[in-house]
Design a protein around this ligand. Structure first.
Ligand code: AMP
Ligand code: MG
Length: 428
């Protein structure tokens, strides 16, 4: 599959082709035992069955009185209070005819009792240790039955299921300390560029602070991946090679930014090509921003991403290429962000250039039940703050632009904010 890196005049390839090349080149990470504490967001790789029913024993869903429903027929009956059962305890004697036991939520229903009358529907006479129930109770009332939620042997998890907070709770309730799942991908992040300085470095003339590494590390964490900071390397073959080699050694994937364009110091694509002799492509993708993009898979199976260095291009490249691929490594079936048709509430001008434009935008749900794109950011790959409050990426096909009221396709980048009527884009 080796392809010669294209020169400046290399033909552009469609976005879908570039995405397919990348996604087809990777497979889910080998599953392993993942401990419960690490499991949130992971994808199960085996079947997990219930070791015991849930609830394990019949217990009260109310604070009240455990009774025999037959004793309460007609209502307004007086019963003798013979004992109390608290959550975590067990009644020491069975319940007899004409008797009631105080019972707390979660306590086992005593032998002989078949229902619970809630405390609010009973009047206690402490003096005589009796209770009058205001009405008849039905058999089984306010009792949580054995296996109501889960039967013993029932399938709790199947391969491909994503593990959310409730499933973590279910597994804990069943005494599982670890389950067989795809591990969370560990992803190394490398910035390339002689101009780059770290947060506390002195800024010499012509230098800028590195923003790509922090924004990609944050993007990884936001999407549930483990991130490894591989630092900044200078624009030399040696340094870039060493950076990638360290990443391949420590990580499941490596993302670098910068050095994939056609400048004289753009060595990243040739380094990725050398490290990935069997599966490599340096592409000019028909998108704006983020056109230059290099990708390969090392012989050990580690994907290496060379994203364009401009800060907005970097984040677009992360969304279009890196995130879906990492989700595949993580075993997910749904690889892409939720993408849907939205109503455009502002003009979206553009000119024909043979590229799909990816435009950061603010979207939210309106009273008509539809997502509306309220504002769009100016498109320029260096305007990082301009896109900083966006929650969607509008996909604008090649053409003469779109007008207010038109329908556009957009990826939702932040579902919480999309539902929440976010603020406005700076300089939108
Ligand atoms: P390059 O892709 O290396 O040609 O870089 C394109 C533009 O992005 C240049 O203006 C770089 O200075 C800028 N750039 C590259 N890497 C970074 C980074 N890590 N942080 C901020 N800006 C960057
Ligand atoms: Mg550079």
């Amino acid at each position: 599959m080796r392809t010669v890196p294209p020169g400046p005049r290399a033909p552009m390839i469609p976005l879908e082709e570039a995405q397919a090349f990348v996604l087809d080149a990777v497979a889910p990470l080998d599953p392993e035992e993942v401990v419960l504490d690490e499991l949130l967001g992971c994808v199960a790789a085996g079947v997990v069955v219930a070791r015991e029913p849930s609830p394990r024993f019949a217990n009260s869903s109310m604070d009240g009185f455990a009774v025999r429903a037959a004793d309460t027929e007609g209502g307004s009956v007086r019963l003798r209070i013979v004992a109390s059962v608290f959550a975590g305890d067990v009644a020491t004697t069975p319940l007899g005819e004409g008797e009631a036991m105080r019972i707390m939520t979660g306590a086992p229903v005593p032998e002989g009792a078949d229902s619970v009358c809630m405390r609010e529907e009973a009047t206690v006479d402490e003096h005589t240790q009796t209770v009058v129930l205001h009405r008849a109770v039905r058999i089984g009332e306010s009792v949580r039955r054995v296996g109501d939620d889960v039967a013993e042997g029932q399938t709790l998890l199947e391969p491909g299921d994503e593990i959310g907070p409730a499933l973590v709770g279910v597994l804990a309730s069943q005494g599982y300390e670890a389950v067989f799942a795809h591990p969370r991908p560990r992803v190394g992040v490398l910035s390339t560029g002689n101009e780059l300085a770290g947060p506390s470095d002195a800024l010499g003339e012509g230098k800028i602070r590195d923003s790509n590494r922090p924004s990609i590390l944050a993007s990884l964490r936001r999407s549930g991946f483990e991130s490894v900071d591989l630092g900044i390397v200078a624009d030399t073959r040696d340094e870039i090679t060493r950076g990638f080699e360290r990443g391949v050694f420590e990580c499941d994937a490596v993302v670098s930014t910068g050095g994939v364009s056609v400048g004289d110091a753009d060595f990243v694509k040739s380094v990725i090509g050398e490290l990935c002799p069997d599966s490599f492509r340096s592409m000019q993708v028909a998108i704006k921003p983020g056109k230059p993009f290099a990708f390969g898979v090392t012989p050990e199976g580690t994907p290496l991403f060379g994203l364009a260095g401009n800060p907005v291009s970097t984040l677009v490249g992360f969304e279009l290429f890196v995130r879906p691929t990492l989700r595949k490594l993580a075993g997910h079936r749904q690889l892409r962000r939720p993408t849907l048709d939205m109503v455009l509430d502002c003009p979206l001008p553009r000119t024909r250039d043979g590229k799909t434009h990816l435009v950061h935008a603010v979207c939210c749900i309106h009273d008509d039940g539809r997502f509306h794109v309220e504002r769009v950011a100016r498109v320029a790959s260096h305007l990082l703050h301009t896109i900083a409050h966006s929650n969607a990426l509008v996909v604008v096909p090649d053409g003469d632009g779109l007008g207010t009221g038109d329908t556009v396709r957009a990826m939702i980048l932040d579902v919480d904010q999309a539902a929440d009527r976010p603020g406005e884009l700076a300089n939108g």
